[in-house]
Design a binder for this molecule. Sequence first.
Ligand code: SD4
Length: 331
Amino acid sequence: MANRRNFLKTTALASAAFALQAFKGKAETEDPAEPNKINKPIVLSTWNFGMQANVAAWEVLKNNGKALDAVEAGVKIPEADPKERSVGYGGRPDRDGRVTLDACIMDENANIGSVACLEFIKHPISVARAVMEKTPHVMLVGDGALQFAVSQGFVKENLLVEDSEREWKEWLKTSDYKPIANIENHDTIGMIALDANGDLSGACTTSGMAFKMHGRLGDSPIIGAGLYVDNEIGAATATGHGEEVIRITGCHLVVELMRQGKSPQKACEEAVMRIVNLTQKRNKNLKDIQVGFIALNKKGEYGSYCIQGGFNYAVHDATGNRLIDASCFLK
Ligand code: SD4
């Protein structure tokens, strides 16, 4: 334990030059034997629950369906599952005991839709899609998002399950807000897909940080932070402490790095290193922060990087569905 603490301390104090050195030479996903081969369709999603979500997305993709439909269908699986306590129905509440959900979606034509601080609706991703397709706007929040959802036929229901309520009441005894990285090995689900037609889309949905202040938004409903898609280049999505992802406009950065020629893996590494370096400059403790990115490019190459170990992601392509441990900065 002491050794780990020392190691973390040493690592956190490492210079930017050391930090940049540390992530050189990671494996690429491109097959050098077939540089022009496009691996499609393919879908990636964050955390363990991405495995099940990928299965639903794959049903769409394998039948030549659109990436947009695939990512919506995929993330609806954990949204509907009351046992998944960080997304949708069953999500942990804010410090006032209210379950407030954030989600966004982006398609191959740069159409975007988002809802934030939405209560009582099990599938915020579908409301985000309705914002995208049926309003002149791109983002609705709070009561306005709820009113819109109800007007579109979404059913209002109680999302606070017993286990989450019990945990919240326990938390109230101290009311100590300490977001924990990698809690239960799942958090936000972010999903990005390349369909058989070669088009990219992405979706991201979460209940956000447990016991957050009412009205707090993370990165997940913010296009460019928690999700970004550029159909000429690639797509990226994020999980972890949203404040840190917003600070660097994380997923837009990952996609821009791919535009500059970086592989998805290198782009994720460089974005994480921006957060690492800023954290050091701001004299904050890196070991309290987790951020993970996953990225996919137009060729179906993918990569991921995170600050701390423990983040994994699921990849489904024609060769099957698998869970991959992301490489990380703090070993
Ligand atoms: C947020 N990024 O609200 C989300 C939640 C998450 O680990 O992924 N937590 O900041």
